[in-house]
Design a binder for this molecule. Structure first.
Ligand code: 4AD
Ligand code: MG
Length: 426
């Protein structure tokens, strides 16, 4: 007999098939019993009428594992559009009292049981959107001439500021967990032209917000012979592609999440572009107390993004609030050639990037001014000594993008096992 999955059930319509899964729910109606089975790819109703299967049905508890086979038929009332009429039913393991029941649980309880919570429909939908986003990122970059070159996790120095570094023992020495692959991307971009890296990144974020994790995944393209405008154009095309892919391939998941997909459909190119200076002007008119020179907080980002249906690209922040490697704008050296892309609906910054300093002397003075260890950055300065070129790129946090596209409040549900200042279990 053919074993199939719920996702592929259409291929078994009208025939006998075998399904392996877990009990999501069960109910009876007169002499008929209904099992709602989940198999990881979806959920489906199994109808049981045979008297010899009743004893097994009665023993099955929520999350018990099972193998069922039977005739598959289309049924528009069943989730997924198909149901199975069971001819055999085998329990693999009868689950004990499952802690997560259909009643409401608090977030602390659910987080403590994250290893089980992942089996719930909402979490299923979020993880599947996340995987689609990652696939879209890879497809877009692979198909547009970017070479995947992975960058190290153990690093000798900071990339995004020394206040959020995780230090770890490294034999007789010490090392830091990477905050971003960017500096290494700059080396590989000079070796391979257009590159990207994708991996976990770490920040000792001591603030407890709904947007920050201590371990998150970042995808970072970097281009040689490119400037800020090229990075902005790439960010626009990249994000637009991801949104279209999710709309195309993840409708059932977005429906489970009750995502207002109209808001995603309204996203159009070109994305609005706004200088930091103009953004400050807007914020002050709206009553936010911000002085030119300060970084934006999330209330500022929310006000700015609320003005547009599409992501807004805020460029040219004051150099003083940004990372050491950013190239100053030749028109006004107080601002950097950088961009933050703010997602609509108040989801905040999803992308940060820009053009890098390509002059070795300026770079050395910035490293010194930021009191970074000169020795650890020798290789990085070298890149400006041997065929230096204008180059630019950005990083997108996978979890920020997932929270936005899923329309969920808190970033902790966008990764299977979130790491935050207060959580490292399970
Ligand atoms: O803006 P960030 O700090 O930029 C960089 O790290 C650059 N070196 C990237 C580059 O140019 N190659 O981080 C980039 C993105 C942010 O826009 C956000 O989406 C995400 O990474 N991010 C976080 N996501 C979750 N938790 C955190 N603590 C995050 N910090 C940044
Ligand atoms: Mg940033």
């Amino acid at each position: 007999m053919m074993r199939t999955t719920i996702e592929r059930m259409a291929g078994a319509a009208g025939r006998e098939a075998e399904l392996c899964g877990w009990v999501y729910n069960k109910r009876s109606s007169g002499k008929i019993r209904f099992l709602i089975v989940r198999d990881g790819t979806g959920i489906m109703q199994v109808v049981i009428t045979k008297p010899e299967l009743m004893e097994t049905f009665d023993r099955l508890t929520q999350e018990s594992s099972l193998v069922v086979s039977g005739k598959v038929r289309a049924d528009s009332r069943s989730p997924g559009g198909f149901e199975m009429e069971a001819t055999s039913l085998e329990a693999l393991q009868i689950a004990g009292d499952y802690p997560i029941t259909p009643k409401e649980h608090g977030t602390a309880f659910l987080m403590e049981n994250r290893h089980l919570w992942l089996r719930s429909q909402k979490q299923w939908a979020i993880m599947r959107v996340r995987a689609e986003i990652i696939r879209a990122c890879r497809d877009f970059l692979d198909d547009n001439g970017f070479l995947l070159v992975d960058t190290p996790i153990f690093t000798p120095a900071a990339c995004e500021g020394t206040t959020t570094l995780f230090e770890t023992a490294y034999f007789e020495d010490k090392a830091y967990l990477t905050q971003s692959g960017q500096l290494y991307n700059e080396a590989t971009a000079a070796a391979f032209g257009k590159v990207y890296c994708f991996g976990p990144t770490f920040r000792a974020e001591k603030s407890k917000t709904r947007r920050h994790l201590t371990e998150f995944w970042m995808i970072e393209p970097e281009m040689s012979f490119a400037g800020l405008d090229d990075a902005m154009q790439l960010a626009e095309d990249f994000l637009y592609f991801i949104v279209q892919r999710v709309l195309e391939n993840r409708q059932p998941e977005l429906a489970v999440l009750q995502r207002d997909v109209e808001k995603l459909r309204r996203i159009t190119r070109p994305f609005p572009r706004l200088s930091y200076t103009d953004a400050v002007e807007i914020l002050r008119k709206e009553g936010n107390e911000i002085e030119w020179g300060g970084d934006f907080g999330s209330p500022d980002e929310t006000v700015l993004s609320a003005r547009f249906d599409s992501p807004v690209m805020v460029h040219r922040y004051p150099s003083a609030v940004k990372a050491f490697y950013m190239k100053p704008d030749p028109q006004n050296p107080d601002v950097a050639l950088c961009v933050d892309v703010l997602a609509p609906e108040g989801y905040g910054e999803v992308i940060g990037g820009g053009q890098r300093i390509d002059d070795s002397e300026l770079l050395r003075s910035r490293i010194a001014a930021h009191q970074l260890p000169e020795e650890s950055f020798r290789w990085y300065v070298d890149l400006r000594r041997f065929g230096s070129v204008p180059h630019a790129g950005f990083g997108m946090g996978i979890e920020r993008a997932t929270a936005w596209l899923c329309g969920i409040e808190h970033i902790r549900e966008t990764i299977a096992f979130p790491r935050t200042i207060y959580r490292i279990y399970p």
